[in-house]
Design a protein around this ligand. Sequence first.
Ligand SMILES: CCCCCCCCCCCCCC(=O)CC(=O)SCCNC(=O)CCNC(=O)[C@H](O)C(C)(C)COP(=O)(O)OP(=O)(O)OC[C@H]1O[C@@H](n2cnc3c(N)ncnc32)[C@H](O)[C@@H]1OP(=O)(O)O
Ligand SMILES: NC(=O)C1=CN([C@@H]2O[C@H](COP(=O)(O)OP(=O)(O)OC[C@H]3O[C@@H](n4cnc5c(N)ncnc54)[C@H](O)[C@@H]3O)[C@@H](O)[C@H]2O)C=CC1
Length: 294
Amino acid sequence: MAPRGSGLDWRGCALATPPGWDWPSAGCPPARPLDMASQLRLRSALALVTGAGSGIGRAVSVRLAKEGATVAACDLDRAAACETVWLLGGQGSEKVAPGGAHTAFQADVSEAGAVRRLLEQVQACFSRPPSVVVSCAGLTRDEFLLRMSEDDWDRVIAVNLKGIFLVTQAAAQALVSSGCRGSIINISSIVGKVGNVGQTNYAASKAGVIGLTQTAARELGRLVRHPWGHGIRCNSVLPGFITTPMTQKVPQKVLDKVIGMIPMGHLGDPEDVADAVTFLASEDSGYITGGLFM
Ligand SMILES: CCCCCCCCCCCCCC(=O)CC(=O)SCCNC(=O)CCNC(=O)[C@H](O)C(C)(C)COP(=O)(O)OP(=O)(O)OC[C@H]1O[C@@H](n2cnc3c(N)ncnc32)[C@H](O)[C@@H]1OP(=O)(O)O
Ligand SMILES: NC(=O)C1=CN([C@@H]2O[C@H](COP(=O)(O)OP(=O)(O)OC[C@H]3O[C@@H](n4cnc5c(N)ncnc54)[C@H](O)[C@@H]3O)[C@@H](O)[C@H]2O)C=CC1
């Protein structure tokens, strides 16, 4: 069954009106018109999405596919990645994804060999490197500093920071080897800028993602004519609280505290992040590299 609010029915087909959509009484058009998909800004793109099996990564996969991209959906959880591909139309989705059928891949992004094999498998499957790479894979191991274990620190840094290093490096190497331009989008967090109680490990990892991405942008951004330039844009997105399985673990009393500080007055949806990611993946952001704050 397609996830609630995915805007997709049981077959993965777009609903005329997403479940729970409350058409504004004033009759004004919906905030996120479904016909945005008709733009097909990513018609020829091959997009690799890590963490594609849940939450933001799944929403990003759906959104990129709506704009014509072929999606290589990667996750530690193979079944979850396969469910995402099923939502996108699965095998036989060539009719909606000119670049080939959406495909699921399994990899632990914290393992160098797994990431190397992932990029090899994606290129073997599609005969080209992914021109859009979105790193959503991530986890939390929240605890107060005074009580945090070394393992909780190590695992969060390994997945959230080293994982993005490995995927960014492998994807950039593949693009440079092929002389292709690309757009790499790394999901950081507002926590990487302002910190958050109970998240010394997570905040450090997300702050590291910001610095990694800004540096990669400096090294990879210029067009090929520079020895270190390759026309590859790198941006990080820093969402606040978004309603996903990751935030469902947060004590309600904490959410109650934080919601009052959110300018929009409520948690965001994964689709809100997917919209920003899709903009950064497309040529509409052709002169933006080094970061975008939400
Ligand atoms: C300029 C804007 C400033 C914004 C401020 C920061 C906003 C942060 C927004 C983050 C948005 C992005 C999030 C993201 O990237 C995705 C995630 O990381 S989702 C997970 C987020 N995790 C948390 O926020 C940690 C939540 N806390 C916990 O899980 C537990 O408290 C913890 C495991 C750390 C400890 O559990 P326990 O020992 O059981 O203690 P309590 O739960 O009872 O807490 C004791 C006490 O501390 C208060 N508290 C705990 N966490 C927070 C928090 N994050 N912010 C504020 N206060 C917190 C808690 O309310 C208790 O207070 P009492 O008054 O004693 O009840
Ligand atoms: N939910 C939120 O409030 C916010 C989330 N983020 C970030 O967005 C990204 C996505 O988070 P959510 O969708 O909310 O979480 P989620 O828990 O719904 O999805 C995370 C996905 O990453 C996968 N994953 C975990 N470890 C992996 C690994 N080692 N290798 C490959 N895949 C792995 C999980 O299997 C899962 O499918 C994360 O990087 C998170 O830190 C940033 C800001 C806010």
